[in-house]
Design a protein around this ligand. Structure first.
Ligand code: UDP
Length: 239
């Protein structure tokens, strides 16, 4: 069997049902547009566990997503979507590429969240684009874009409180959306939500608990992911 798609951190497999897919989390880690590569033994399991927990929480909070069910340690069943080629980045605190573009120092909390769009293209290195680019490139209609903004802000509000309750600051994160193959009028949240695509800082110590540990060779990468999972699990079990 061949996957229908293989990306840097996941594979997508067909199922008996034409409207769903199996999404497999790999142990591979990449950074800097694939230039830096490594493999971590428990990464697939940890990201699947964290993403599943977050997706269930978002669904319960009224956010429509592609999530159907967790199949096993490294696989989930998801609704089949056509992914919009626009990545949505939400920033609450200055970090990452925002610093390179602005010269600002890491750590300043914004007065309101910043939303950015980038064109999902490995070849071009996911360049920053704006509403006018999105219109002219026919990546989404203005109505779709308004929906993406609104959804991204809702997800930010929900997840910022969720992480704050477990002592983590949601600094920034990336979202992807897709159109349901079974009903293209519906756009839902898709892809994974894990420390690979979020910056999470410990509220007390400021310690980085996300993929920056890998990007910057800070060590204990999987230990940090494990700690994120442990805190989120404990938070859900306490309710
Ligand atoms: N991000 C991601 N995939 C991308 C680009 C960014 O998951 O292709 C996430 C990244 O992990 C961070 C946020 O989006 O949490 C903002 O990333 P930034 O633009 O600062 O880029 P970076 O410097 O992390 O590449």
């Amino acid at each position: 069997m061949q996957p229908i798609y293989e990306g840097k951190a996941k594979r997508l497999w067909g199922t008996d049902d034409a409207t769903t897919l199996r999404m497999e989390f790999k142990n591979d880690a990449t950074a800097f547009n694939g230039e830096k590569k490594a493999s971590f033994e428990s990464k697939g399991r940890l990201n699947n566990a964290i993403s599943t927990l977050i997706y269930k929480y978002l669904e319960r909070s009224g956010i429509p997503t592609h999530f159907v069910r967790q199949i096993d340690e490294t696989n989930v069943e998801v609704k089949r979507v056509d992914i919009l080629m626009v990545e949505v980045i939400i920033r609450n605190v200055a970090a990452g590429s925002f610093l390179k573009r602005t010269g600002m120092e890491e750590g300043r909390t914004f007065s309101a969240p910043i939303i950015e769009f980038s064109y999902k293209s490995d070849e071009l290195g996911d360049p920053l684009i704006n509403d006018d680019y999105i219109r002219e490139m026919s990546l989404a209609t203005p109505e779709d874009l308004a929906f993406l903004r609104e959804s991204a802000l809702k997800v930010n509000t929900i997840l910022s409180s969720f992480f704050a309750e477990v002592g983590l600051k949601l600094v920034d994160f990336k979202l992807e959306f897709g159109r349901l193959v079974s009903d293209p009028s519906q756009i839902v949240l898709a892809d994974e939500i894990s420390p690979d695509g979020c910056r999470l800082w410990d509220l007390k110590t400021g310690e980085k608990m996300d993929k920056d540990r890998f990007r910057r060779d800070l060590g204990n990468v999987m230990e940090a992911y494990e700690e994120v999972l442990k805190r989120l699990t404990a938070r859900l079990e306490s309710n």
